[in-house]
Design a protein around this ligand. Structure first.
Ligand code: ASP
Length: 354
């Protein structure tokens, strides 16, 4: 009798525990999107890295840059705040910088040796790891939109030159006359670089080692974002490097070098001396260090930008954001135009070393 009683008690206890578990499973709610918790999101932009020094800058020019960086980042931030996608925030933010003559992308693109403008851009979606890129286009007002269309509406990742422009027409992407990209300051920069180069334009010199190209200004634009859904996206747009020749293509349209995004790790946009970013696969290298070594975004970015890149001989910087909203704005040049805004509306704009 005593044994039967003990057995009954054991059954009763087991049964009630199972029931408790069921109850807690059924009533459990993800603590994510309740009224009291703000899902983490964030956005970071760059407007190029290079010799950006306080002593070379007037107060009014600094204010002009600050105002444009603020305008651009707020466009993307508003999209994210309203529940828009990271990809939409990235492209719309980059559009603002592409339309400004201040940056080496879209309107303010630098000149090639042949006195033309050849534009490169790319985007990558961290959720699907789908990507789109274009290189060497001459009539596309907002190259980032064409890169996005390549990702969305073509079976390819990277289109170039005339073919890319034909695809743009089919997609109804806005085209402009080549003269749209003329800005006096960029044209003068090319003339100065050419004067220093002298008349010997046929000399055989590898582009990466060409001192005239190395010294010319950077100024590419880029944006990375994390949306409320937890998705990451990255985009980069550029006119390349002043005095580039032979249809040179830099890192900006190269997935893994100039742009990379993976929801499991981070989203990265690069700026700097493109040949080295290609050889170092900089954007992917940062993601790979996080994925394979388990290091933080900050550690990975520091290792790549402060050690691996300069060891190759390259300079520049990156902006990056990870799935938790941690950011990195790492560069090894004297300055980098940059801004960051988080889900609590904190805004940081900077251009020099801190
Ligand atoms: N990375 C770009 C290129 O090499 C230039 C830049 O970032 O300003 O084309």
């Amino acid at each position: 009798m005593k044994q039967i009683l003990t057995l009954l008690i054991v059954f009763f206890v087991l049964f009630s525990c199972k029931n408790e578990n069921n109850t807690s499973e059924n009533t459990y709610k993800e603590p994510l999107e309740t009224e009291n918790t703000v899902p983490s999101f964030g956005i970071v932009i760059h407007g190029g890295a290079g010799t950006i020094l306080k002593e070379n800058m007037t107060d009014s020019l600094e204010n002009v840059y600050r105002a444009k960086l603020e305008e651009a980042i707020k466009v993307g931030h508003t999209i994210l705040k309203n529940g828009g996608t990271a990809m939409e925030a990235v492209t719309k933010t980059i559009n603002i910088m592409e339309d400004s003559p201040l940056f080496n992308a879209g309107k303010g693109a630098v000149f090639t040796h042949e006195e033309t403008n050849e534009l490169d851009a790319s985007v990558m979606d961290g959720a699907t790891r789908n990507a789109g890129a274009i290189a060497g286009v001459k009539h596309i007002k907002n190259p980032i939109n064409l890169a996005h269309a390549v990702m969305e509406h073509s079976p390819h990742v990277l289109l170039s030159g005339e073919g890319a422009e034909r695809f743009a027409k089919e997609q109804g992407i806005e085209t402009v006359d080549a003269s749209y990209f003329y800005t006096e300051s960029r044209f003068k920069t090319l003339q100065r670089v050419k004067e220093r180069e002298g008349s010997n334009t046929t000399k055989k010199v590898s582009v990466g080692k060409d001192p005239y190209i190395k010294d010319s200004k950077f100024g590419t634009v880029g944006c990375v974002a994390l949306d409320k859904n937890g998705d990451l996206a990255a985009g980069t747009s550029t006119g390349g490097m002043t005095n580039k020749r032979w249809n040179r293509i830099g890192d900006s349209p190269i997935i893994g070098a100039g742009t990379y995004a993976n929801n499991a790790t981070c989203a990265v946009s690069s700026t700097g001396w493109g040949e080295f970013f290609i050889r170092g696969m900089v954007a992917h290298d940062i993601s790979a260090m996080m994925e394979y070594k388990g290091v933080s975004l900050q550690e990975a970015a520091k290792e790549v930008i402060q050690k691996k890149l300069p060891n190759l001989g390259g300079d520049g910087g990156i902006i990056a954001i990870d799935k938790k909203g941690n950011v990195s704005m790492e560069f090894n040049t004297p300055g980098m135009y940059r801004a960051h805004m988080d889900s609590e509306d904190n805004l940081k704009i900077a251009m020099y070393k801190e």
